[in-house]
Write a protein that binds this ligand. Sequence first.
Ligand code: DGL
Length: 263
Amino acid sequence: MNSQAPIGIFDSGVGGTSIWQEIHELMPHEHTLYLADSKYAPYGDKSQEEIIALSKKNTEFLIHQGCKLIVIACNTATTNAISQLRATYNIPFIGIEPAIKPAALQTQTKSVGILATQGTLSSELFHQTADLYTNSITLTEVVGKGLVPLIEKGALESPEMTQLLQKYIQPMLDANIDRLVLGCSHYPYLIPLLKQLLPNSVTIIDSGEAVALQTKTVLTELGLLSSAEIRPTLQFFTNAETTTLALLLRSYLEKIIIEKRTF
Ligand code: DGL
């Protein structure tokens, strides 16, 4: 495997670009290839078999493009499919899981909220992690139904989004949370709105930075970190419209390539 090969990244749609940003900021000389599987979003309501099949399709596309490592920038795909992917393909995978551990260690009120998809909250992997860290705290789990389709449309600050978020955070506020875990890679795009709706006492935690750090650690261990100070190729492929990708990545438009592709 060649250290100049791209890092492959996939998500059910546009949300994993929040993880791509962390990866690119930490490793600015890495070539990256991001797949937004928006045609099949959301994954969160699908069966585990469907999520595994879609994750395999994305993985095969990225392997075919010569990627050196794959970041599954989707909590739903990680928690439902990462062990099957690791068992099937001979390429390193980095996954993303809800940051329950830091939230449980930091909470002062002993109460943590998590907003994630149905697919993540019902997965075995999520339950194993939650059981490990939440014995002595209250964990309020809420499914963010409807949030991903709105983000896919680019409707980040719509009245509908505000209404849904108000409804979803209410049971958490009733439980006196002081940490809110964002368990879906689409949700960091809701942080500005969430900050308006939450009291200052609630800290929002997501996993993007941890995933970028882990990606760098694994690339370094495998001798695959790009050593050249080059201007990288930063490609984004979507199988739906390019509009929302362009909106979310507007501050990078001069240096990235966004294309509609079939996969
Ligand atoms: N971005 C995803 C996640 O992290 C998937 C959301 C969805 O497609 O339902 O879970």
